[in-house]
Design a protein around this ligand. Structure first.
Ligand SMILES: Nc1ncnc2c1ncn2[C@@H]1O[C@H](COP(=O)(O)OP(=O)(O)OP(=O)(O)O)[C@@H](O)[C@H]1O
Ligand SMILES: O=c1ccn([C@@H]2O[C@H](COP(=O)(O)O)[C@@H](O)[C@H]2O)c(=O)[nH]1
Length: 279
């Protein structure tokens, strides 16, 4: 199952071009091209083009769009589970212990977000009786590795659907905390669930992160809040998650805030970045 998930994960983000035969059959030369049938077909073709041009001109004059509704939607939007007009997603990223969960709790109060932590969803699935992914998730988390994206994206999509069904609101806002942590997740989520509006990125020196996590580890009961796992999580963050932040930075989506100092002061800086985006 693990092998299967990993394999399908890497191939599904590759968009293959439509298959075109390398040697398409050629029509026999000099026979068809001069026949009366071909001349008739040619005349019909010219007539068809003239008719289409005429209907487009008339359509524009009458103020109608000549583009069918289905063709107006951009490709990516047509494929997503939710419309970005109705569902706003803000990703919250940052190193382990940067304060993502802490700040998300405050943002929920202020902006009425639904907070979904990818790590919490994975831990819940790990502990769910009868889950076929339980052991796999446990192993990945302990090693600070990224669980195959199919599992995490499905958990997130299901949680979003459930929340939307429960709230029955016209518009929903989600803070997705600790996701995407790998490029394949980012591409797949944006393409198939809904493109994120912004990415809140919390920065913090490693020494502060380590201190916070070791302190949290005294009571959290988390299998990865120990020095060995923390070091692995730092490495995964630098090697695998930072390229995601860099990609969103290129797209102009990143709101970067230094997450050092008092929790309330950090929150103020975050709000200054989010206020213009969230009405
Ligand atoms: N500004 C801060 N100053 C001091 N401690 C903080 C600050 N922000 C958060 N903490 C503490 O640091 C620990 C980690 O914070 P939090 O759980 O919010 O981080 P996180 O980024 O969600 O971590 P992870 O990615 O590991 O889940 C918690 O014990 C929290 O109380
Ligand atoms: O998209 C994700 C998010 C998380 N994980 C795994 O979970 C742990 C813990 O995540 P926290 O956000 O710190 O709660 C993380 O180290 C990964 O192992 C994941 O695989 N994919």
């Amino acid at each position: 199952m693990l092998q299967h998930l990993c394999d399908s994960g890497s191939s599904s983000i590759v968009r293959r071009p439509y298959s075109v035969s390398a040697n398409p059959p050629k029509p026999p030369k000099g026979k068809l091209s001069n026949s009366p049938g071909v001349i008739l077909l040619g005349l019909l073709g010219i007539g068809g083009i003239a008719f289409l041009s005429f209907t487009q001109v008339v359509g524009r004059r009458q103020g109608q769009s000549v583009v069918p509704d289905a063709e107006k939607k951009p490709y990516r939007q047509a494929q997503t589970a939710f419309s970005p007009e109705e569902v706003t997603v803000i990703f919250v990223l940052g190193g382990p212990g940067a304060g993502k969960g802490t700040q998300c709790a405050k943002l929920v109060d202020k902006y009425n977000f639904v907070h979904l932590s990818a790590g919490d969803l994975l831990r819940a699935e790990q502990d769910r009786e009868g889950s076929e992914y339980g052991q796999m998730i446990k192993d990945y988390i302990k090693e600070g590795n990224i669980v195959p994206m199919e599992v995490t994206i499905k958990l997130l999509e299901n949680a979003m659907k459930e929340s939307i069904k429960k709230d029955e609101k016209q518009e929903s806002r989600f803070l997705i905390d600790g996701f995407p942590r790998k490029m394949d997740q980012a591409v797949k989520f944006d393409d198939s669930v809904v493109p994120a509006k912004k990415v809140l990125f919390l920065t913090c020196p490693e020494s502060t992160l380590l201190e916070r996590l070791l302190e949290r580890g005294k009571t959290s009961g988390r299998a990865d809040d120990n020095e060995e796992s923390i070091k692995k999580r730092f490495k995964t963050f630098i090697d695998t998650s930072m390229p995601v932040v860099d990609e969103y930075r290129k797209q102009g989506k990143v709101i970067e805030v230094e997450s050092v100092g008092k929790i309330d002061d950090i929150f103020e800086k975050i709000c200054a970045g989010l206020d213009p985006v969230i009405s």
